[in-house]
Design a protein around this ligand. Structure first.
Ligand code: FAD
Length: 463
């Protein structure tokens, strides 16, 4: 293709929620940016999703909140149900209030606003194939253009925002970045958007998103029922990866038939996807490369929300790239500041929630019903965990829980041990080393906490 530029300050791969924000702020900071996506322009943002996003991120980035055709409805918070549906925890905090968006329109708006900042080059239908290295540092990309031609693009820094299946993460030459993810750390989802005749049914609690944890109906994941507007819902199920090929079946049997009880409905959209539900990658950067969003496992492990963190990370990545380029230093030593920002911010929260997720996935429905009904884990605690990544439990509070949990002492002991470990890991992440030379020591401490929680799980199974 003629007239295309081949050399940039930054190339952003993927124009989803993370990539669009990274490209927008890097351009705003004065960098020469190339943004590419393999999809055609009018399909960017068209992602199978629950479509829920909190309002906090829009204030943080000082960008417009969703409105008009991109906004489906406002939500006040989340309701978390026990498997037997007898207990409902209301999770209401500023981060949980927000929007259900029309995903395509939302993605198109983020893309258009990014392009309007004056991005040097935006190419759709363009696929990143491989990383190019020079002297051990990422120095660009091999790409396949719309016309099928393969060519090289040079960049001082590559920002990988290419989502869960990132081809770049798998090729990165790094001892810091995990190339492959464990199957246990991802959830396979299937969802439909279903429209009812408004005469037949009003959506049940249109101001809340509902989440049901049920290890039998949605093993390892959960069922969700999100209002879209007064006459339609986004309804779906997530389960362990080992249910590949069976998730739609689980959804039809355990979700659709249970919740859509009327005969007149229209299915507006169907589809599945995978969400990483673990703490962020050990390192979300290395020499010449920064990873953001799903590519870096920056998704809330408890509810799978990744729109907000991908946008946050896009913003941090743009700022880190700018300061690295100002100093002409694209090494991991300079880019470490991005890691520090991620790990001491939502990384601390996600590491604590990752431990909670791992333990929740091993509990039976009986344990979950008991634990939630007796308030061994309350809505307030989950909100505190989600907003601070840690818990302040008073002795009185612990004593009250001990009395309530007396008929299941092992469950109570496990949950208390988990609380302690969640607080420990959160503190560790908040003290993430500001220099790479203390990273190994820090990493070993994190591994130590995971080992202890895993030993507790194995011990509980043996009892
Ligand atoms: C079923 C489901 C429900 C979800 N529900 C919610 C929810 O309700 N709320 C929430 O916050 N999060 C939700 N998530 C998670 C959320 O969708 C993601 O975390 C978020 O979209 C991550 O954004 P991203 O920019 O990292 O990646 P993506 O949005 O996946 O964007 C990646 C982009 O990269 C492009 N790309 C990929 N490979 C290449 C390549 N080789 N070359 C060029 N371009 C490439 C893709 O075309 C795409 O446009 C859900 C996910 C799933 C699967």
């Amino acid at each position: 293709m003629e007239n295309i530029q081949h050399s940039f300050d930054v190339i952003v791969v993927g124009a989803g929620t993370g990539g669009a924000i990274a490209a927008r702020f890097a351009t705003k900071n004065g960098l020469d940016v190339c943004l590419i996506d393999r999809k055609p322009r009018d399909q960017i943002g068209n992602k199978i999703c629950g479509d829920a996003v909190g309002n906090e991120i829009f204030g943080l980035l000082k960008i417009n909140h969703p409105k008009n055709e991109e906004l489906s409805c406002h939500i006040k918070g989340a309701k978390l149900y026990s498997p037997n549906l007898k207990k409902c925890l209301s999770l209401i905090d500023p981060k949980q209030t927000g929007y259900i968006v029309n995903r395509l329109e939302f993605g198109q708006r983020l893309l258009n606003e990014a392009v309007d900042t004056g991005i040097e080059q935006f190419l759709d239908k363009t696929m990143a194939l491989d990383l190019i290295y020079e002297s051990g540092t990422v120095a660009g990309l091999k790409v396949k253009l719309e016309n099928g031609e393969k060519t090289n693009f040079k960049a001082k820094i590559v920002i990988d925002a290419s989502g869960f299946y990132s081809p770049l993460r798998k090729q990165v030459k790094s001892s810091l970045i995990e190339k492959n993810l464990s199957r246990e750390d991802s959830i396979l989802c299937y969802r439909e958007i279903v429209e009812f005749s408004p005469k037949d049914l009003e959506v049940e609690d249109p101001e809340y998103i509902s989440i049901i944890i049920d290890q039998e109906k949605a093993p390892g994941g959960y069922i969700w029922y999100f209002p879209k507007n007064e006459s339609s819902v986004n309804i779906g199920l997530g389960a362990f990866m080992k249910y590949k090929g069976k998730v739609k079946e689980l959804y039809t049997k355990n979700v659709f038939k249970k919740y859509i009880k009327i005969s007149k409905y229209k299915i507006l959209s169907t589809g599945g996807g995978v969400v990483p539900v673990r703490r962020p990658l050990w390192s979300c950067a290395d020499n010449g490369i920064i990873l953001i969003g799903d590519s870096a496992c920056q998704v809330n492990p408890l509810h799978g929300g990744g729109i907000d963190p991908s946008m946050r990370a896009g913003y941090y990545a743009a700022n880190s790239a700018t300061s690295a380029i100002e100093k002409s230093d694209y090494s991991i030593n300079e880019l470490w500041g991005y890691n520090h920002r991620i790990m001491t911010g939502f990384g601390a929260e996600f590491a604590a929630l990752d431990l909670l997720r791992i333990v929740l996935q091993t509990l039976s429905n009986d344990d979950l019903n008991f634990g939630l009904e007796r308030d061994l884990l309350t809505g307030e605690e989950i909100v505190e965990l989600s907003s601070k990544g840690g818990l302040n439990l008073s002795l009185i509070n612990m004593a009250v829980k001990a009395i309530k949990g007396i008929s299941r002492p092992n469950l109570l002991l496990d949950l208390n041990f988990l609380r302690i470990k969640m607080n420990e890991i959160s503190k560790l992440y908040k003290n993430f080393p500001d220099r790479i030379n203390r990273f190994q020591e820090w990493k070993e401490k994190v591994i130590g906490i995971y080992d202890k929680v895993n030993k507790m799980i194995v011990g509980t199974k043996k009892k």
